[in-house]
Design a binder for this molecule. Structure first.
Ligand code: 6PG
Length: 457
């Protein structure tokens, strides 16, 4: 099987080596010949160079490929994807050729591109997770669509992707550009889990006075059980690192958190679709808050430093709270995918989606089987639910900040305790006559039910 790859950045280069290793013949393009030469020498040192052809001209790439062609794009999301697509049209791609955008593109761009290029070539999308290491040895691949050409490359991607219990972490999860939507939500969950771990660290460090190294040991012990996850493992490792002078590595790092945008897209889409993912939104805003000092409104948002209180934490209870909150972060992401799939008629298969997250990706975790069991299972977890409630209360009482912990507790509480929505509905009707619905399903106004005192009105 022969495939072309455009873009030899960190992800492109590592995926290229993975593809060759799995037996594909690769024509690799980068406009910078030095990058191509670097890949070639890497492949040579691994004894795999005979299946690699480096080109720095798209026309040359097109001529070398057998038809129908299969081309993977690993270029930064945004305008560059369109630029490369139109360059490829000029270079001679044809209607039966498939071009798969493998970057972190916005799914809305994917839908637009499918339309834009429908008479020129088959445009397909696939989200890839796992960073450089994943790309090299087995990433999670969230693909979608039913474009002609998939049947040629799919069996190969199944081999190239990570696998879990002998099942590939490549899947076409649904129709259209839903693969990129799923990858976007993967990143939204990633933001929430990262922030959640940071908050547990915060509670242990500044709430109970433990050192980063002590927190690392706690995380490591959790990782030995069913709480094992990639993000917890790397956090434990990071917190264990010290300089030669014995200074903790994290204490040398500025607190402002960066973002490339996929978490923000997740929040935006959830808000637009009216699907509540408070933990995911809170994680995005937690990052924004760390950057407040650099915003034009900084003066209005700068407050004097306050002292905080220390607290006793039962480690077993904290562990259960962390487990329960983690499950709820995934469930919110899955609810968003389900809602978007219904709205766009993508027919996304949630089991296939979870299968792509089992290995190779950033949010892989041993407890994904528990996530897959769904809401009934989560409902049966009475002790962990209580642990989350108690832990959140204690954490907040320290005066420190716990946006994702609080949002997650609020999420489950809103869905499982008496609601106060009736008062807000009444307020809306009181001043705006927006109408209310009674328990019997009747739509009316407050004034239909009671006479309202004109003075208050
Ligand atoms: C992955 C990662 C990867 C990356 C994102 C998010 O699945 O391999 O999600 O896509 O880390 O770029 O990064 P930001 O935190 O910069 O938004």
């Amino acid at each position: 099987m022969q495939v072309a790859l455009v873009g030899l950045g960190v992800m492109g280069k590592n995926l290229a080596l993975n593809l060759i290793e799995k037996g594909m013949t690769l024509v690799a393009y980068d406009k910078n010949p030095e990058v191509g030469a670097e890949l070639l020498s890497c492949a040579q040192s691994l004894g795999m160079a005979e299946r690699l052809h480096i080109v720095s001209d798209l026309g040359d790439m097109i001529r070398r490929l057998e038809t129908p062609r299969s081309i993977l794009l690993l270029v930064p999301a945004g305008e560059l994807v369109d630029k490369v697509c139109s360059d490829l049209v000029e270079a001679g791609v044809e209607k039966e050729d498939i071009i798969v955008d493998c970057g972190n593109s916005n799914y809305k761009d994917g839908i637009a591109r499918k339309l834009k290029y429908q008479n020129k070539f088959e445009f397909a999308t696939m989200g890839i997770s796992g960073g450089a290491e994943g790309a090299r040895h087995g990433p999670a691949m969230m693909a979608s669509g039913s474009e002609g050409g998939w049947e040629r490359i799919e069996p190969w991607f199944e081999k190239v992707a990570a696998s879990y219990n002998n099942e590939s972490c490549f899947a076409r999860v649904g129709q259209s550009a839903s693969g990129h939507f799923v990858k976007m939500v993967h990143n939204g969950i990633e933001y929430a889990l990262m922030q959640l771990i940071a908050e547990v660290y915060q509670l242990l460090r500044h709430g109970t006075g433990r050192s980063p190294k002590e927190v690392a040991e706690i995380f490591e012990s959790w990782s030995e059980g069913n709480l094992n996850s990639y993000l917890l493992a790397i956090s434990s490792h990071i917190l264990s690192l010290e300089t030669e002078q014995g200074e903790s590595l994290v204490d040398l790092i500025d607190n402002k958190v960066g973002a490339k945008g996929t978490g923000l897209w997740t929040a935006q889409n959830a808000l637009e679709l009216g699907i509540a993912v408070p933990s995911l939104v809170a994680a995005v805003q937690a990052r924004h808050l760390t950057n407040t000092i650099d915003t034009p409104a900084a003066k209005e948002m700068t407050y004097a430093a306050k002292s905080t209180e220390s607290v006793e934490v039962d480690l077993d209870e904290l562990k259960q709270a962390f487990y329960f909150a983690s499950l709820l972060c995934y469930r919110q992401g899955l609810a968003l995918i389900k809602g978007a799939s219904r709205a766009h008629q993508w027919k996304v298969d949630l089991n296939k989606t979870l299968q792509t997250w089992r290995a190779g990706c950033i949010i892989r975790a041993d407890y994904l089987d528990d996530v897959a069991q769904g809401v009934e299972f989560i409902d049966s977890l009475e002790e962990p639910a209580l642990a989350l409630r108690r832990t959140t209360g204690k954490a907040i009482a320290t005066g420190l900040s716990f946006p994702v912990l609080a949002a997650t507790q609020t999420y489950i509480a809103t869905l499982s305790t008496p609601s106060n929505g009736h008062l807000v509905q009444a307020q809306r009707d009181y001043f705006g006559e927006h109408g209310i619905k009674t328990h019997s399903g009747e739509t009316c106004h407050l004034t239909d039910l009671v006479e309202i005192d004109a003075k208050v009105r």
